[in-house]
Design a protein around this ligand. Structure first.
Ligand SMILES: Cc1cc2nc3c(=O)[nH]c(=O)nc-3n(C[C@H](O)[C@H](O)[C@H](O)COP(=O)(O)OP(=O)(O)OC[C@H]3O[C@@H](n4cnc5c(N)ncnc54)[C@H](O)[C@@H]3O)c2cc1C
Length: 399
């Protein structure tokens, strides 16, 4: 056996897992196809429930000391009139704000950390195939040469378009297309740097998000219905249309007055893509390759770190790594299933349009405002928020 663990992909999931296992003495090899990390329009705002996972994995400190930006407040605007601001440190079980960062910086920091505790990190090397089995094998191409390695466990951490998932023969499930999310990096936006901004305009099926990521940089998103008004929002030439759409959704126009576009503008299908039981024959999937949850709800980073922590705990607790990875996959089905259900409720309430959806909101919103405990606390609890039928009825005021 060449290694205990081979990780395909050095994003948040792969780098954090490599660091966690190498720090406990495992022989770990990471393949990351990029040499330099550039802006790909990816998650940069982590919920407090993800911060709890980052702390448990020992990466919160290194991130906050280098590229991290703690955001204390969660400001919500619900058109036409509702506004509130939540103090995350005071009101979450973790007493934590959001952890925001510029994604390429976070990747560099975590891969460096993995290397510093003994993981072998090979950047600029793409994996070309994974062969499940006992043991599983990984094929990679470097400097024009094909290489092959075997390990006790191979982990696919290669993102939402995972090839490892396909090579290992995992059947993929997808939600119907519903929302599209477009995002861009703004420098010098006029929004506060200590608050995430969440804006919803449900009657027109639109949302907007702003994550401050430090040093006057902000990741801005606009979310809209796939079946609504057709919009071309990929490519910097559409940056002005992007701002118009955010303003239409409720963002103050003055935020954008002196803002500069500091990266690509890109739009993505938001529908969930996932596999059930993300482990088979020596191959486990984590992060987006196991379940890419709808980015409109900003849970992907937190979910990825939950995967890393649960898999790490299983691998450290058991000598039989097939059994350990199987136990992780069972647990993954439970918490991802819960998150998927909760996010589905929010999508239904906030993005469905038409008379029936408006009538539902007219009934539900005043009760949620009077009794906030009816709303599942996704920032604070994520998949651990109650998500059974009783919780659904409470949220939709059907009790
Ligand atoms: C538009 C958008 C907005 C988002 N916003 C948020 C947000 O606000 N909050 C949040 O929590 N989440 C958000 N997310 C989700 C978040 O970005 C992901 O959940 C998270 O990045 C997943 O991390 P990962 O490590 O699984 O995958 P990735 O970050 O995709 O990393 C995968 C890595 O694998 C490498 N790789 C791929 N194939 C190979 C190969 N064959 N060989 C070697 N390396 C390979 C890639 O280069 C990459 O570095 C958003 C996602 C999108 C698309």
């Amino acid at each position: 056996m060449d290694y205990d663990l081979i990780v395909v992909g050095g994003g948040l999931g792969g780098a954090a897992l490599a660091k966690a296992l190498a720090a406990r003495g495992a022989r770990v090899l990471v393949f990351e196809r990029e040499k330099e990390f550039k802006d790909r329009v990816r998650g940069e705002g982590m919920h407090p429930w993800g911060v709890a996972e980052a702390r448990a994995l020992g990466i919160y400190g290194p991130l906050i000391e280098t590229c991290g930006h703690q955001v204390r407040w969660w400001s919500v605007y619900l058109a036409p009139t509702t506004r509130y601001r939540r103090d995350l440190i005071e009101t979450t079980p973790q007493h934590a704000g959001c952890l925001d960062f510029y994604h390429p910086e976070m990747q560099r920091v975590l891969l460096g950390l993995a290397e510093s505790v003994g993981a072998e990190v090979r950047t600029g090397v793409a994996v070309t195939a994974v062969v499940p089995g006992k043991p599983p094998a990984v094929l990679a191409r470097a400097n024009g040469q094909d290489e092959q390695y075997r390990a006790r466990l191979v982990v696919g951490a290669d993102g939402r378009s995972s090839r490892v998932r396909a090579w290992a023969g995992f059947p993929v499930k997808r939600d119907p297309e519903r929302l599209v999310i477009a995002g861009v990096l703004h420098a010098g936006l006029g929004a506060p740097e200590d608050s995430v901004q969440v804006l919803h305009s449900p009657s027109i099926g639109q949302g907007a998000l702003v994550f401050p990521i430090g040093r006057q940089r902000f990741r801005s998103y606009f979310i809209y219905r796939k079946r609504g008004t057709p919009r071309a929002l990929s490519g910097r030439q559409h940056a002005a249309d992007f701002v118009t759409a955010c303003v239409e959704t409720g963002a103050p126009p003055e935020w954008y007055r002196d803002a500069e576009v500091a990266g690509p503008l890109a739009a993505f299908e938001a529908a969930d893509i996932w596999v059930e039981h993300p482990h088979r024959q020596g191959v486990a999937l984590i992060g987006d390759s196991a379940a890419a949850s709808d980015p409109s709800w900003g849970c992907g980073l937190s979910l990825t770190l939950r995967d890393v922590r649960v898999l790490r705990d299983q691998l450290l607790a058991k000598t039989d790594w097939e059994a350990a990875a199987g136990a992780y996959a069972e647990e993954h089905d439970r918490y991802y299933g819960a998150l998927h259900r909760l996010e589905g409720w929010f999508t239904e309430l906030l993005y469905e349009v038409g008379a029936e959806a408006d009538a539902r909101r007219a009934r539900v919103f005043p009760r949620l405002a009077r009794e906030p405990k009816r709303t599942p606390d996704v920032p604070g609890l994520g998949p651990d928020a109650p998500n059974d039928e009783a919780a659904r009825r409470l949220f939709f005021v059907e009790d």
